[in-house]
Design a protein around this ligand. Structure first.
Ligand code: IPE
Ligand code: MG
Length: 213
């Protein structure tokens, strides 16, 4: 969900306002996903590299995650469930503060009966950290194979990514789902994340469907 800062700067607003608008944009895309029968939506909320940002900005983004994970009623109304991927709370290096841990755990528990859409939030997430851990775990379980690595990812039940959306004019892949995006279609857009609309999302889904029919 890239470009919150640029969105705010263009409007002459503090970066924090961009993150607030970004959280709203995600709520819109979650709604649209449920309406479009998307099975899995995974959003990059906060990376293992983002902790070095200014303290006030980090604090604001964290409180927005509490808000985001708190949208359990909306999730239940849409038959959706919330999940999370990131560095496991009790493992070395993990940085998720306790109040965000609680919000994540509550969101997962309160929405677990949702059978339509799975919304996974990547928080304190980095693909390299995920893969390193998966390989280390796989090595304790016998000969390492692609299957054994896949079984040790943060969420082994997550299907391969069909469509990856990168906003704000960046045409590179960051440290996101590097294992899972093999074969994914990539939709690049100039729009910053807060300006990413349900309409453009629908267009990207249609283009994906056409390329796979
Ligand atoms: C994405 O917006 C939000 C997070 C990474 C948490 P940015 O904060 O990266 O916005 P830009 O890239 O500075 O515009
Ligand atoms: Mg950015």
């Amino acid at each position: 969900m890239d470009g919150n800062g640029r969105w705010a700067r263009r409007k002459g607003l503090p970066r924090t306002e961009g993150h607030t608008a970004g959280e709203e944009a995600l709520a819109t895309i979650v709604r649209e996903s449920a309406a479009s029968n998307v099975g899995w939506l995974t959003a990059f909320g906060f990376s293992t590299e983002n902790w070095v940002r200014p303290r006030t900005e980090v604090r604001h983004i964290l409180s927005l995650h509490r808000k985001l994970f708190g949208r359990t009623e909306e999730m239940r109304q849409r038959n959706a469930r919330t999940r999370w991927i990131g560095r496991p709370f009790h493992e070395k290096g993990a940085k998720t503060p306790i109040y965000v841990q609680r919000a994540i755990q509550r969101a997962i528990d309160d929405t677990k009966s949702g059978t339509g859409l799975t919304v996974t939030i990547a928080f304190d997430y980095g693909s390299r950290a995920e893969l390193l851990r998966a390989v280390r775990h796989a090595m304790t379980q016998g000969p390492v194979s692609t299957d054994s690595i896949a079984r040790n990812l943060y969420d082994p039940t997550m299907p391969p990514v069909d469509l990856l959306i990168r906003t704000s004019g960046e045409t590179r892949i960051s440290n996101f789902l590097l294992w899972q995006i093999k074969g994914a279609r990539v939709h690049f857009t100039e729009r910053t994340w807060p300006d990413f609309t349900a309409q453009e999302y629908r267009t990207s889904l249609t283009q994906y469907s056409k390329s796979h029919s």
